[in-house]
Ligand binder design. Structure first.
Ligand code: GLU
Length: 496
């Protein structure tokens, strides 16, 4: 063989090879992630290759969305679109000539041949085979055409595709890191197309030629592509190349144990991003979808995932998608990631008018992030603290039920007005002083103030709310609340 490339360097090089024909599905994201975790652990190279040979279905905007989605998740690639690299071009639509040359090599060695059967003829024979209860497969009728016969067919205006000639051996044994060894009967494969009659490559040819030329050492991809693997293996052998290591990942299933699809709900990464899931949670969650960590702890940082991930611990059977677990992880990441990071991630969820000033914004996030599952819930949670409360009849009745409440609010209002600092310790001291002076402690001391400041019975911790609102806003809210309270008590008095 003249092109004895393939990966001989021993260097780990993996690739993620999406087709830009539809939104990035969670299953594809998981494939990208496993490639990425594997290669980052090994210090190898992550290649992003775009399999856009289906020109009619491929779309630029979809491609950009895929790249943006991967970047947003932090799954950076070392070679590919936007970054370039020494093995380019990384888009298959720009490599047609390469595939044609490689197909020609197989024609020259008799391992591939021209096929003049038209799509209509093939369709007709397929139907006949199905009617006979047989699996449709190319019957090999063009394999023995002589050069003269071929010329004649060309002269008739027929255009030839190129087919791979399945070698005459009984079985093809595929070795897979996850699935072990499988023997495929070559008779079931059928001579498959390498180049279509318009000169464009089939998935099998483009995929294998690129994996050879890009020196891919490990092919990590979804199990749906497992049936293609014996064909790929035969192609490597025909080219005289070493077969890369294969690892086919289990499918992602819905709770009804069928393949996760649109009918089960959102499957596109973008939908989860828009719903307010953070990259760290999705990465942690998807890492666990098919792989199990060596110890029980499933709350993992990206660094820990890189250190502990292994293909050997990826299961064979389908992994069930569980939104509750994703919610749990997302809530956990929102509470534990650095506040600055959560604040940045939260920004797109706030409309510009509703976005509090910078310093207030971070405080509002700090106060509310414990109470939400997704970023999308933060504007509402912040709003309940930041917007001026309206006092419902129930809240006013609750305050009016105990005369001491109004007194408590007045004293706290004066106390806040006299404060020099609104920081945590100063506020704690204020509550202590007020409690002592009025002879109250616990809920009777704090709760009236919570009702006055937020108009609600529940919410984030009170000291944080006071600090966030600042002195003037607190005083204004307490004053308004007291006015309402007085109006109610007066009215009640008149009725009596
Ligand atoms: N382009 C294929 C797909 O999107 C992936 C091919 C591969 O990983 O070998 O399904």
């Amino acid at each position: 063989m003249d092109h004895a490339t393939g990966n001989l360097s021993g260097r780990v090089r993996v690739r993620f090879a999406p087709a830009p024909t539809g939104a990035l599905h969670l299953g594809s994201v998981r494939t990208a992630l496993y490639n990425w975790l594997f290669v980052r652990q090994k210090g190898g190279v992550f290649v992003l290759r775009i399999e856009d040979t289906d020109v009619a279905r491929s779309d630029e905007a979809t491609l950009e969305d895929i790249l943006d989605g991967l970047e947003w998740l932090g799954l950076t690639w070392d070679e590919g679109p936007r970054v370039g690299g020494p093995y380019g071009p990384y888009r298959q639509s720009e490599r047609t000539q390469i595939y044609q040359e490689w197909a020609k090599k197989l024609i020259n060695t008799g391992q591939a041949y021209y096929c003049f059967c038209s799509p209509e003829e093939l369709e007709e024979r397929k139907k006949e085979a199905l009617a006979r209860g047989e699996a449709p497969r190319y019957d090999g009728r063009c394999v023995a055409l002589t050069a003269a016969e071929q010329d004649e067919l060309r002269a008739q205006g027929r255009r030839a595709s190129v087919r791979f000639r399945i070698p005459d051996k009984n079985e093809v044994v595929v070795r897979d890191i996850i699935r072990g060894e499988t023997a495929f009967d070559r008779k079931t494969l059928g001579d498959f197309v390498l180049l279509r009659s318009n000169g464009s490559p089939s998935y099998h040819l483009a995929n294998v030629v690129d994996d050879i030329l890009m020196e891919i050492s490990h092919v990590i991809r979804g199990e749906d592509l497992y049936p293609s693997t014996p064909r790929h293996q035969l192609l490597y052998e025909a080219f005289g190349m070493r077969v890369p290591q294969f690892a086919h990942l289990p499918m992602i299933l819905a709770t009804d144990r069928t393949k996760l699809s649109k009918r089960h709900g959102a499957v596109a990464l973008a939908a989860y991003r828009e719903a307010g899931y953070v990259p760290e949670a999705l990465v942690n969650y998807l890492a666990l979808l098919g792989w199990s960590p060596p110890d029980e702890n499933e709350l993992m940082s990206i660094d820990t995932l890189i250190q502990t991930f292994s293909l050997e611990r990826v299961g064979k059977s389908g992994a069930i998608f569980d939104i509750e677990k994703l919610d749990f992880l997302n809530g956990h990441k929102l509470r534990t990631l650095p506040l600055e990071q959560v604040t940045e991630l939260a920004k797109p969820f706030f409309s510009p008018e509703a976005l509090p000033q910078e310093f207030q914004f971070q405080k509002a996030i700090a106060l509310t992030r414990d109470s939400v599952t997704t970023l999308a819930e933060l504007p509402q949670a912040c709003q309940t603290v930041l917007s001026r409360p309206t006092y419902s009849c129930e809240i006013l009745a609750e305050l009016a039920a105990e005369p001491q409440n109004a007194e408590c609010l007045r004293v706290l209002k004066d106390g806040i007005a006299a404060l020099e600092s609104m920081e945590h310790d100063a506020l704690v001291a204020l509550f202590q002083r007020t409690g002592k002076a009025l002879g109250v402690k616990g809920k009777p001391l704090y709760h009236p103030l919570r009702l006055a400041l937020t108009g609600k019975n529940k919410g984030p911790e009170l000291i944080g709310i006071i600090n966030l609102l600042g002195k003037e806003e607190c005083i204004a809210r307490i004053s308004t609340c007291l006015e309402h309270l007085m109006a109610v008590t007066k009215k009640d008095g008149e009725v009596e």
